[in-house]
Design a protein around this ligand. Structure first.
Ligand SMILES: [Zn+2]
Length: 293
């Protein structure tokens, strides 16, 4: 399932072909994604100029000249593909060969830039809605979303405050989208390993008794930002070198330190531990019981 870095990579792939371009034609082949497409979906998009492509948590936003926002979510298996009409042109930075099964191409945007942007989603948990920009922050999908982890407002103080009264494990707290936006199972495991904190530790222990940030909160915030920035950088190189991708925007080669590495040696220098897998809240947690305290 795509997490924040994948969604941000998709945003960076879509922005050059969509920003400033007009949506000439929209083909909506399957109206039944996670929620049905709005009835007036095509009408509200065709003819509109995309003024910006943004991201909030794991949602992509395309601002339109009309004041509407096209709100998009990749769900479990969604991806975007960019094709250019002029196949003879040398592959540009964001050219990707056709790869995904066309049967799952549910929505196609023909842009005035000559690019075609196709949303493919075999499992159809993806989402496309149109919301007026002024109503977006209060929208049910958005109003409880916590701070952006890469934003300046997200710091040790904020994270400690959000965790101080929690009765859950640290891992569960980080997966809570009201605590911090956009983190999923993979990057939570990775961030906890970098911060040398156990996923089983009580979330409240990153705050002191007065609710101020413990030094653990400082380490954790640094680790979260570092792990996300590294992944976004990896996504950026996959965009630049299209031969390394499988044609889809946003999925790229990862080098995980603990995720999916059960039984392999811990990469923390001088640790000597072995990566262990446990199940927390029904999901796999990968961590090193030796260096993650
Ligand atoms: Zn270790």
């Amino acid at each position: 399932m795509p997490e924040l870095p994948e969604v941000e990579t998709v945003r960076r792939g879509l922005a050059p072909v969509m920003e400033g371009a007009r949506i000439v034609r929209v083909v909506a082949r399957r109206p039944d994604l996670r929620q049905p497409l709005p009835r007036d979906f095509v009408k509200r998009l065709e003819g509109q100029t995309v003024t910006g492509v943004g991201r909030r948590a794991k949602y992509l936003t395309a601002d339109l000249g009309s004041g509407d926002v096209l709100l998009m979510h990749l769900g479990m298996s969604g991806s975007f593909r960019v094709d250019h009409d002029d196949k003879k042109a040398p592959p540009g930075e964001f050219h990707h060969p056709r790869a995904a099964a066309p049967a799952h191409d549910h929505v196609v945007f023909h842009m005035s830039s000559g690019a075609t942007v196709t949303f493919n989603d075999p499992r159809r948990f993806g989402l496309m809605l149109i919301v007026p920009r002024r109503e977006l922050a209060a929208h049910p999908l958005m109003r409880e979303v916590g701070p952006e982890p890469l934003g300046n407002a997200f710091d040790a103080e904020l994270l400690a405050e959000a965790c101080a009264a929690k009765k859950t494990s640290l891992k569960a707290a980080l997966l809570d989208q009201t605590v911090v936006a956009g983190l999923g199972n993979i990057y939570v495991c990775e961030a906890l390993h970098r911060a040398l904190l156990s996923p089983k530790r009580s979330a409240a222990t990153i705050a002191t008794r007065t609710g101020a940030p413990h030094v653990r909160a400082v380490a954790l915030v640094d680790a979260i930002k570092a792990v996300l920035n590294d992944a976004i950088r990896a996504g950026g190189s996959s965009l630049r070198d299209h031969r390394r991708t499988d044609g889809e925007l946003g999925y790229f080669q990862h080098h995980f330190r603990v995720y999916d590495r059960e039984g392999e040696p811990c990469v923390t220098p001088k640790c000597g531990g072995t990566v262990k897998r446990i199940v927390q809240n029904g999901r796999s947690t990968y961590f090193c019981p030796v260096c993650q305290k």
